[in-house]
Design a protein around this ligand. Sequence first.
Ligand code: HEC
Ligand code: HEC
Length: 440
Amino acid sequence: MRLYQLVQLSCLAVLLASCQQSDPDSGLATEADPQASSITTGEGVSGGMVPDNPQVSASGGEALAVFEKRILPIFQANKPSSCTECHLSGVELRDYIQTDQAKTFASLVRVGLIDVEKPDDSKILRFINRSPEKPNLITDKVRQQEHDAFQAWIRAAVKDPALLAAKSSDSTGPQIPDEVIRHARKDRVLASFIDNVWTEVGRCAACHSPDQNQKQVKEHGEQVSWITLRNPQATLNHMVDAGIINADEPLESMLLTKPTMQVEHGGGQKMVVGDRTYKQFRRFIDDYASVVNGRYKTVAGIPVESDELSVVTDIWFKITEVPARYDKMLLQADLYRSTGAGWSKHRVASSDRLVFGKGKLWQHSLSLTATRGSEWADEMKSGRLPAGRYLVKLYIDQTGRLQKDFRTELGDEEFVGQVEIESQWPSGYGRMTAIQFPTE
Ligand code: HEC
Ligand code: HEC
């Protein structure tokens, strides 16, 4: 039964496709051809209204024919419409179509998407025509077909008194709030990727960026080059294709499992569950999975974007004399800058990594951190930390809180001490700023 239906559907699809190709503007052709009109009249009005005027009935049948031949297939198709080039979910052209022509027309008129006076100016045509700066050739062709189909149908439909008289109280279009549609837009998703992932890949670049990893590629193969230089969108696309980001099983994403060593990783342990980088990666991956799977239905369901932005630097920071008992625990160092009036309110840099107990050592590169929209958020893009006096607050996760709940922020309970320092904050592994662990 299923198979039979499938076959039937695909035959129909072939038929429709060929109709479309051989006679792209069939609607207009019949208009100028009285003979064709009378043929359409004979078929088209069956089950519809019975008009006195053959001209009118001609266009009535014509609109229906175009609707059935070119609009309904868009409704029934299971391939994505051109809208998905910019909207990852939440919006499909079929949301504007119902199986019934009159209802479709009336609801589109009601919400102002069809202009019955100037059919070619109808807003829905402009909607469909919206294309990105660098359109994809295939989507562009789909878009053109969608546009021409709607244009032909609207042109025919506005000449049909029965359709013009049709009333609808139905809403049309996507049934989710605009804010949800906005959240699922590709440009928004890319912006979140840049905030949460792209800004961190600097710490993976030595082995994963094609300008630096010849040795790794030779040993392990091309797949280690998962960063595309200066191109976050291409990097995201590749990550999705390669399963580095897995929208169906977010926690299986290699972006999480490799650097945390949940699976073997040629680069060793680069993050731990719950550290700042992990939090950011999860924020993006979890949200991405919900977006592409269309899981958001309400504004309340959309996650709030983080108030903090960060930038990875090559400024190294070292703490010596760390008590060995903190071995393999996550130590987080937050830096506050001296201002005219005490210490900065928000941390201006941060770094977190496991303690190396045997060496009584902790060292890592700093990430600059700022509140979104602040002046410092702009300044820190240079990757430099101004010379001067800073307060370093230290936290150690001694109870494995982050492992249990990666969203947790270390706080008073994990606080182990603070140190004031003055530094020029030079960059480079060989020029680390160092402090001693505060005596307890
Ligand atoms: C080139 C990218 C692009 C394409 C393709 C695109 N849209 Fe959009 N869409 C946008 C942008 C950008 C916005 C928000 C800005 C605006 O309203 O001008 C938006 C907004 C919307 C909104 C309103 C939600 C809001 O933010 O207020 C709807 C509904 C919508 N689009 C539907 C569609 C449909 C249906 C299609 C396919 C026929 C489509 N879009 C194709 C980029 C696109
Ligand atoms: C010192 C070198 C090195 C660093 C730094 C490094 N890695 Fe790797 N990574 C490797 C090597 C080598 C492989 C290939 C072997 C393997 O799959 O484990 C690899 C593989 C991967 C893969 C699998 C790619 C694929 O498509 O198969 C991912 C994902 C990954 N690393 C993520 C990261 C992340 C995220 C970081 C930064 C936080 C990072 N790595 C830092 C060396 C490194």
